[in-house]
Design a protein around this ligand. Sequence first.
Ligand SMILES: *Cc1c(COP(=O)(O)O)cnc(C)c1O
Length: 356
Amino acid sequence: MKKYNFNAGPSILPREVIEKTAQQILDFNGSGLSLAEISHRAKDFQPVVDEAVALIKELLQVPEGYSVIFLGGGASLEFCMIPYNFLIKKAAYLNTGTWAKKAMKEAKLFGEVVEVASSADANYTFIPKGWTCPEDADYLHITTNNTIYGTEIRKDLDLNVRLIADMSSDIFSRPIDVAKYDCIYGGAQKNLAMAGVTLVIVKDDALGKAPRAIPTMLDYRTHVEKGSMFNTPPVVPIYSALETLRWLKANGGVEAMDKLAHQRADIVYSEIDRNKLFRGTVVEEGDRSLMNICFVMADEYKELEKPFLEYATAQGMVGIKGHRSVGGFRASCYNAQTIEGVNALVKCMKDFEAAH
Ligand SMILES: *Cc1c(COP(=O)(O)O)cnc(C)c1O
C-alpha cells in the first residue's frame, strides 16, 4: 500500500533526491567509488559544495556580504554558537516553543537575555503580539516555525534590531528578505536534506564583534574562511541537499513552494475546521503553521484518538501522531509533501467521521 509520509523530522524528501543520492552512494560521478568513500577534498566534491552554495544564494536571493556554510551539530549546536559569536552584552529572544526556549537557555551562558514575549502559559498555541524589543539588544532571536506546536511567523519582521532566526522547519518554503537577518540557520533534516548537516547563512560584517575568545570549531569565521572545509563536512547529507536544491529550482523555487504550502495547508485546515471530530490546536489563522499542522480530537470525541490513529495508519498515513507535549495529531507538510498526500489524509478524516 502507498505510504504518505507526514514525519516531523527527519522527514519527506522528493523521491528523486533519494534516488539520485543513492546512485551517487553506489558510484560517484562514474568514478567507480562511492560518494561515501571519497575525500571531501577530492576535486569532484568541491563542485558539489560550490553548486549547493550558489543555488542557495540564487533561490533565497542572498545579498552580497553574506556567507553560506554547512556545519555539523544540528540546529541545537547553533543555539550556543549564536550567542558565542553575536552576543556582546544583551540579546532578546521571542519564546514561541521548545526550540526557542532551548536557544534562550544557551544564550544565558553568555550575557543578559531579555525574553520579549512568551506564549508558554498557553502551551505555545499562538505567536505573541504587541511586544517591543529593547533597542540596545545585539539581536532578536526568533524561531520562524515552531515544529512541535504548529505555529509560524511567516513573514520577515520589521524591527529596530538585527534578526537571527532558527528556520529549521520552514526554510525554502517561502521567499525571505535575508538582508534583515544577521544569521539564519537550520538543521537540514526537515526541508532540505538527509540528517547530519546544518545550513547557516551569516552576514560577514556581523562577525568578529563579540568580546570573547571563541573555540575554533565554534567560530563562524573558521567555516566561512575555509568554505565549510575546515574539517570533514557531512559529505552525503550535503550531496542530498544539492539534489534538493536542484529539485527546488526545477520546481519553481521558493515562490512555487510558498504557493503549494498554502494550498496544502488550506486543504487540511479546512477539513479540521469542518469535521466535527477534530479541532485545531492553533486557533488564530495567521499563526497557523503551513508546515506542521496540529490537531486533536474535539472534547466530546476524545476516546476516538487511538482508533483514528490506527485507522489512518492502516490507510498508509505515517508519522501523524502529535508530539508528546501537544498530543493528538500533527501532519507535517514540508516542500516534498504532495497535494495527493494531504488529500489522502483528508479522506481518512472524512471517512472516519462518516463511520462515527
Ligand atoms: C528540529 C528542530 C531543531 C533541532 O534540530 P537538530 O538539528 O536536531 O538540533 C531546532 N529548531 C527547530 C525549529 C526544529 O524544528
